[in-house]
Design a protein around this ligand. Structure first.
Ligand SMILES: O=P(O)(O)O[C@H]1O[C@H](CO)[C@@H](O)[C@H]1O
Length: 278
């Protein structure tokens, strides 16, 4: 999957019109972004209905990231999986473009999004390889004006102009995930994720800064995807692996699979809008 050279609106339209030719791509309720490598995704997806995009797993852009949308089922639920993501530092900090797949998922009906990533630990009680559930985010590029919502508000995609970021990681889904992890006897941390623009890693002084402002883990992705998902009135749940994606992939994948099995039926946009007071 290559991001289009034109703006993100055309990218969504072009992708949807290409997909709309086939009924296989219609009416998906759930979506997953970036179980980091393609093998992990194929372990979770029990039946693959269709795939679009290139497998860039061996590219040198971001090691281990494929470039595919996979349409399939997990425990009978229809799920779109985005294998690999667009990082802002790969695309001149065009955050709207990088979050474009979320708008595509929205247009295909997705109401619940599960996002994953790999991150560095800031919280000193975290161990290499731990899993963390995100309860809140600090979107540093967004604070500096690099938001995916900057620019014209395209009403065709609905959603509010001014998006509330309260409870941006759905509380009920977090409670469910913790309960499942507990039943599976899995160590699951919970904390705040901070996103920098990257791609340079952080200095020790920057880690101290992030710690001082309440961050538990840091990375260079995700927050712009969550902002767009919130504008699209999706419920979001987010899991990350502390700096050991490949070592820990199996455990995260097991948890995601168990979570999808127990996900409640998705709420409609109208229901979510009412719940969130729009
Ligand atoms: O967040 P994901 O996509 O897992 O990628 C993480 O890994 C890369 C650094 O190794 C950065 O892009 C960081 O954000």
């Amino acid at each position: 999957m290559t991001p289009p050279a034109n703006d993100e609106t055309n990218g969504v339209d072009n992708t949807i019109s290409a997909l709309n030719d086939s009924k296989e791509y219609k009416h998906y309720d759930y979506s997953m972004v970036n179980p980091r490598n393609y093998d992990d995704i194929t372990k979770v997806v029990q039946s693959i209905i269709a795939q679009v995009g290139e497998d860039k797993a061996k590219s040198d852009i971001v090691q281990g990231h494929a470039g595919k949308l996979i349409f399939g089922t997990i425990h009978g639920k229809k799920v779109i999986c985005q294998a690999g993501r667009f990082h802002p530092y790969e695309h001149k900090m065009d955050l709207a473009l990088c979050a474009m797949p979320i708008r595509v998922m929205d247009q295909l009906g997705v109401r619940t999004l599960i996002v994953t990533n790999a991150a560095g630990g800031v919280n000193k009680s975290f161990h290499y390889g731990d899993l963390m559930l995100i309860k809140d985010q600090i979107f540093l590029p967004g604070l500096a004006g690099f938001s995916p919502l900057v620019g014209e508000h395209d009403k065709r995609y609905g959603g509010p102009r001014f998006v509330s970021m309260h409870e941006c990681f759905d509380k009920d889904l977090r409670v469910l995930t913790k309960d499942i992890a507990n039943r599976m006897s899995m160590r699951l941390m919970e904390g705040v994720y901070v996103m920098s623009g990257g791609p340079q890693y952080e200095t020790p002084a920057e880690v101290r800064l992030y710690h001082a402002v309440g961050a538990d883990a840091l990375g260079m992705s995700t927050c712009h995807e969550v902002v767009v998902a919130k504008q699209c009135l999706m419920k979001v749940n987010h899991l990350e692996v502390i700096d050991a994606a490949n070592k820990q992939g199996g455990k995260g994948v097991d948890l995601i699979s168990a979570l999808v099995k127990e996900l409640p039926p998705p709420m409609s946009k109208q229901e979510t809008a009412k719940l969130w007071g729009y």
